[in-house]
Design a protein around this ligand. Structure first.
Ligand code: FE2
Length: 341
């Protein structure tokens, strides 16, 4: 703990501590900038240190880490950036703060669909964007994303802002599958079905289903598991709903990634790659996916029982890069149809 707070102080710009980082490097360390909650990932980093002798220094923040690496420039202590969502992975690449992760191991383990063709990022776990349906009022156990625009759901759908990165990625996938004109028509249909103006996070949508304000909500797979298993106050929201894995008509379920990038000026580059490879390993994947209630990025690792209870995930095969390419179009459509109004 003391070590990581010292590192934090340094990273925040305390020049006097510069010498101690140089020493730290010589001792075999790796510096991780992370958007993920420290208490969730620390056990994983402890296991890495135990296995390799390499110490892991973590800087956690909920925003701005890519910009920070950019500002620190060639002097940035960052080796690895641990982040969530396609948008953030792409933003980091666009900011020019990454370098290709050259690893035959990663290429072997992680399907090409879940890594950057240029090697700048690699997925480490997956989450699906699904439906939380009222157990009481929704009889069906299957649904397509297309069906969310069906007038039969008029006044029955709850969802957070259409501009939130999770919905942006889902809508971008819709654009990539169907084209902009069809996507616009669909978004207008979904908008017409909303029970209320989009607000709150994914958990609040489940809350509103439980309260009878809507019949179906859109949320990520892990929030439901967190409410059910880790948050007694919100457990009734999960208990009032069932998770349905929607699919694109004739296709699969939309998934998003949490992922890793190698910083452009990584002072401990070799250790950074070692950590990335280790996190893709079977042991780490088991711990990571279980702790975060996510789907492992590789085959052969057991899925957390709550997540597995949703049914077998058949992930959409659309490459993540194609979703990324449609993000802007999706955002423009959300404004155009007044989705959040
Ligand atoms: Fe989230």
């Amino acid at each position: 703990m003391a070590r990581s707070s010292q590192f934090l102080a340094l990273a925040l710009g305390c020049v006097a501590l510069g010498a101690s980082v140089a020493t730290a490097q010589a001792q075999g360390q790796v510096n991780v900038y992370s958007y993920r909650e420290a208490k969730l990932i620390q056990p994983l980093f402890d296991a890495f240190t135990k296995a390799t002798g390499i110490k892991v220094n973590v800087v956690s923040a909920s925003s701005g880490l890519e910009q920070r690496i950019a500002t620190e420039g060639a002097n940035s202590p960052a080796d690895v950036l641990l982040t969530v969502d396609i948008a953030r992975l792409q933003d980091a690449v666009r900011l020019g703060v990454t370098q290709p992760i050259k690893s035959a191991e990663i290429e072997k383990i992680v399907s090409p669909q879940y890594r950057d063709p240029a090697g700048n990022w690699v997925g480490i776990s997956m989450r699906a964007r699904v439906v939380y349906a009222s157990k009481e009022r929704v009889k069906q156990d299957a649904i397509t994303y297309e069906e969310l625009a069906d007038p039969k759901w008029k006044g029955k759908i709850c969802i957070r802002s259409g501009q939130h990165i999770y919905n942006n990625a889902l809508f971008a996938a819709y654009v990539a599958h169907h084209g902009e004109a069809k996507a616009e028509e669909w978004l207008r249909g979904v908008k017409a079905n909303l029970a209320q103006k989009p607000s709150g996070g994914d958990r609040e949508q489940a809350r509103d289903v439980a309260a009878g304000k809507c019949d179906i909500a859109i949320g990520n797979t892990y929030y439901w598991a967190l409410m059910m298993n880790k948050d007694p106050d919100k457990k009734p929201w999960a208990e009032a709903t069932k998770v349905i894995l929607p699919t694109f008509a004739g296709g699969g379920t939309h998934v998003n990634l949490s992922g890793l990038l190698l910083a452009k000026h990584a002072p401990n580059r070799a250790n950074g790659i070692k950590l990335i490879e280790w996190l893709a390993g079977e042991h780490a994947q088991q711990i990571y996916a279980d702790a975060n209630y996510e789907y492992p990025i590789r085959d052969g690792v057991a899925i957390n029982p709550t997540i597995a209870s949703y049914g077998k995930l058949k992930a959409d095969t659309l490459p993540v890069t194609r979703i990324g390419a449609s993000r802007k179009a999706a955002s423009t459509l959300v404004d155009k149809v007044g989705f959040d109004n």
